[in-house]
Write a protein that binds this ligand. Structure first.
Ligand code: 4NP
Length: 152
C-alpha cells in the first residue's frame, strides 16, 4: 500500500488489510510505504490513528518508510492510493512484470474509473473518515479476490 507520506492513507490501507488477512487466517504479507521521504520513521498521523481506533483498526505501531525499487521483488501487488503515486512508482519500474504489479487501489471497487483516495492531510476529521470508508471497501474487495482466487 503506497501513498505520498506513508502517514495517512497507506497506513490505513495497510492496517485494514493486515487485520482482514489475520482474521481470515490467510498467509499474506502486507506492508506500506510512501513515495516521498518526508516522514520516514514517523508514526501515522494522529488523526488517522484516531479514526482507525474509532473503527477498531489499530495502526499506531506502523512506521513510515520510503518505497524502494526492491519492493517490486518483494511484493506481488502494489497499490497506489492516487494517480500520482502510481505514476511515481511506474517511473521506477524497469520491466513489464514490475509495471504490471502496480495498481490504483480504488479500481478494485470501480474498475477503470481511475479515482484517487483523496489526500486528507490538510483536511478535517470527516475527510479522514471518508478515507477509512473508501479503503474499507477496497480492502474488502481485495480480500474477496484473494479468497476466490479471482484473476487480478
Ligand atoms: P499521505 O498524506 O500521503 O496519505 O500519507 C500526506 C502526508 C504528508 C504530506 C502529504 C500527504 N506532506 O506533504 O507532508
Amino acid at each position: 500500500m503506497v501513498c505520498l507520506g506513508n502517514i495517512c492513507r497507506s497506513p490505513m490501507a495497510d492496517g485494514l488489510l493486515r487485520k482482514k488477512v489475520a482474521d481470515s487466517g490467510l498467509n499474506v504479507r502486507v506492508d506500506s510505504a510512501g513515495t516521498s521521504a518526508y516522514h520516514v520513521g514517523d508514526a501515522p498521523d494522529h488523526r488517522m490513528i484516531e479514526t482507525g481506533n474509532q473503527c477498531g483498526v489499530p495502526i499506531d505501531f506502523l512506521r513510515a518508510r520510503q518505497f524502494v525499487k526492491s519492493d517490486f521483488d518483494e511484493f506481488d501487488l502494489i497499490y497506489g492510493m492516487d494517480n500520482q503515486n502510481v505514476t511515481n512508482m511506474l517511473s521506477m519500474a524497469t520491466s513489464e512484470g514490475e509495471r504490471q504489479k502496480v495498481r490504483l487501489i480504488l479500481n478494485e471497487v470501480n474498475p477503470k474509473s481511475n479515482e484517487d483516495v483523496p489526500d486528507p492531510y490538510y483536511g478535517t476529521m470527516d475527510d479522514f473518515m471518508h478515507v477509512f470508508t473508501l479503503l474499507d471497501k477496497a480492502t474488502d474487495r481485495i480480500m474477496q479476490k484473494i479468497g476466490t482466487g479471482e484473476k487480478w
